[in-house]
Design a protein around this ligand. Structure first.
Ligand code: ZN
Length: 276
């Protein structure tokens, strides 16, 4: 039995979903549309006064679900690995400043070295930033990415790998973000979602759809119902496992970004209520 979504109370929208909007436009338009949750991508915080952003979020009663994104730890160049650590420490400061309880980690990969080497550097990077995350009260969500990104965006490509890593680190501050776009194809998905929740590591749930055919492997995500992912079924798995957090709509789409964003937000709400 898949429970229907009754209202918008668990809807969160990623600011990158409405990429043409700045942070003020996102906050005001989401709030006006009855959306309570926001995941803030760092591009909209560039050169901004974070105390003012926090005030704006409070004023419109938006709950910050997460900051996106940290990670990108691996590199063959030790200097670049240090730059990544520094950037992640800055992300933790930003998250704390805007009231984000967690950061999504796109873990990274470097095609100049093996996936195993990149995975070791990911674990090392997370361990290096963990004390700062913990003292700032910011959780770190490892997001496994579809294997098509294994060379350059993440060497963590299955939920099993993310579970293994989170369990090896064994901290209340490190868990996993489940994104249907990256994981829908995995025959072990349901089992691994349950394993993830059983270890208290199920931190976040991201939704969109997989277009058939997909025209661009980064910026052609679909709105729920556009493609081939059974989003309600996967949502039922995270819920049966005990997840009660927000359903985060994260859609990178050149097609939708070119349309009127207010009308698009209404389509997102419709797809959320009927196809998620
Ligand atoms: Zn995601």
């Amino acid at each position: 039995m898949i429970a229907e979504i009754k209202d918008l109370s668990k809807l969160c929208v990623h600011t990158l979903t409405t990429k043409p909007w700045n942070i003020e436009e996102c906050v005001k338009n989401y709030a006006a549309a009855g959306i309570k949750g926001i995941t803030i991508w760092r591009n909209v915080l560039e050169n901004r006064n974070l105390a003012e952003v926090k005030k704006l979020l409070n004023e419109f009663e938006m709950e910050v679900v997460s900051l996106a994104r940290g990670g990108f730890f691996p590199s063959v160049d030790p200097k670049k690995r240090q730059t990544a650590i520094d950037d992640n420490l800055f992300a933790i400061e930003q998250a704390a400043a805007v009231g984000a309880p967690s950061i999504v980690l796109v873990c990274g990969a470097d095609g100049g070295q093996s996936l195993d080497k990149s995975r070791d550097q990911i674990a090392d990077g997370i361990l290096k930033i963990l004390p700062s995350a913990q003292s700032a009260g910011v959780k770190l969500s490892i997001e496994p990415l579809h294997p098509m990104y294994a060379r350059d965006r993440s060497a963590i490509n299955t939920i099993r790998q993310a579970n293994d890593l989170a369990e090896a680190i064994n901290s209340a501050w490190v868990g996993v973000a489940v994104d249907v776009y990256h994981l829908w194809w995995d025959p072990d998905l349901r089992k691994e979602i349950h394993r993830c929740a059983a270890h208290n590591n199920l931190f976040a749930f991201h939704v969109c759809d997989w277009n058939v055919p997909t025209m661009d492997f980064l910026n052609d995500r679909g709105l729920m119902g556009d493609g081939c992912i059974n989003v309600p079924e996967i949502r039922s798995w995270v819920e049966e496992a005990g997840f009660r957090g927000y359903n985060e709509v994260e859609i990178f789409s050149d097609k939708y970004w070119a349309t009127d964003q207010k009308a698009y937000l209404e389509r997102i709400k419709e797809a959320y209520l009927t196809k998620t």
